[in-house]
Design a protein. Structure first.
Length: 267
């Protein structure tokens, strides 16, 4: 299994994907921290400056990861899943032999590792720019680092539905890229509709990406001393059990569908 995963990384190495991931994880944290810096004003209290660091971290999770990372992982998945098809190497894999389930597991493991890597890069650069630009007091690093790791796993699971569609349609890289961006736009649209009409608030946490975003916001608020939210805002936050169930169902259904669709490719 480890050899299969290493093989997937070797394929991506030829695509020069790692420098692109590092560059992307460098740019957005800079924008987030700079935006936080511009809103600081003249308040230099410790609690306020800690709050600016929390704001940068929350914005990084909510915008840089929840909406951008699924696009990146969808494009990455299309590269991995289409490579055997484009190079007509399915027959070679059958000779070894490699089962479809192991091949899918290897590809998804590579996507997961890149997802965690991208999340941790975002956190590292966000912290670095906060220090360089003096945009807040850096604190609670251990929790935020560990939470970023967990978040990287969660956002990879939340991205699986778009990977299912990529495998199902089995089209070009352009179509796969458009599907990835459509998934992000769909999440944005649902979030915008719920913000306009709070009576629909219960549906938002049925979507794995938005459920993860709201759950992560809840975890961040639990560690903040000052909470300036309207009571209605707390309706957005799912319980730990609900978030686990939504992501768990997403994981199981996505794996079953991937296995079914991918088998049709190899027949």
């Amino acid at each position: 299994m480890l050899n299969l995963i290493a093989g997937e990384f070797a394929k991506l190495k030829r695509k020069k994907i790692v420098p692109f991931i590092v560059l992307l994880s460098l740019l957005f944290p800079l924008l987030v921290v700079y935006s936080s810096k511009m809103g600081m004003g003249n308040d230099t209290s410790v609690e306020f400056l800690k709050g600016r660091f929390d704001l940068s971290y929350t914005m990084m999770l909510g915008y840089g990861l929840v909406f951008l990372e699924p696009c990146l992982l969808g494009i990455l998945a299309s590269m991995l899943f289409f490579m055997e098809r484009d190079n007509d190497t399915f027959k070679n894999l059958c000779v070894i032999p490699v089962t479809t389930s192991r091949l899918i597991a290897a590809k998804l493991s590579a996507v997961l590792i890149y997802g965690i890597f991208y999340t941790l890069c975002n956190f590292t650069f966000m912290t670095f720019f906060t220090w360089i630009l003096n945009a807040g007091i850096i604190y609670d690093i251990g929790f935020k680092l560990a939470f970023s790791f967990i978040f990287g796993i969660g956002i990879t699971i939340a991205t699986l539905p778009v990977i299912v569609f990529i495998i199902y349609f089995n089209k070009s890289y352009l179509i796969s890229t458009l599907l990835s961006f459509f998934y992000a736009i769909l999440n944005w649209s649902v979030l915008s509709i719920v913000e306009i009409n709070l009576s629909l608030v219960k549906i938002i946490n049925l979507f794995p990406t938005l459920c993860l975003m709201n759950w992560s916001s809840k975890k961040m608020l639990d560690r903040m001393a000052d909470r300036h939210l309207l009571p209605e805002a707390y309706l957005l936050f799912p319980s730990d059990i609900w978030a686990f169930v939504v992501l768990g169902i997403t994981l199981v259904l996505s794996l079953l569908l991937m296995l079914n669709f991918y088998k049709k490719w190899t027949r």
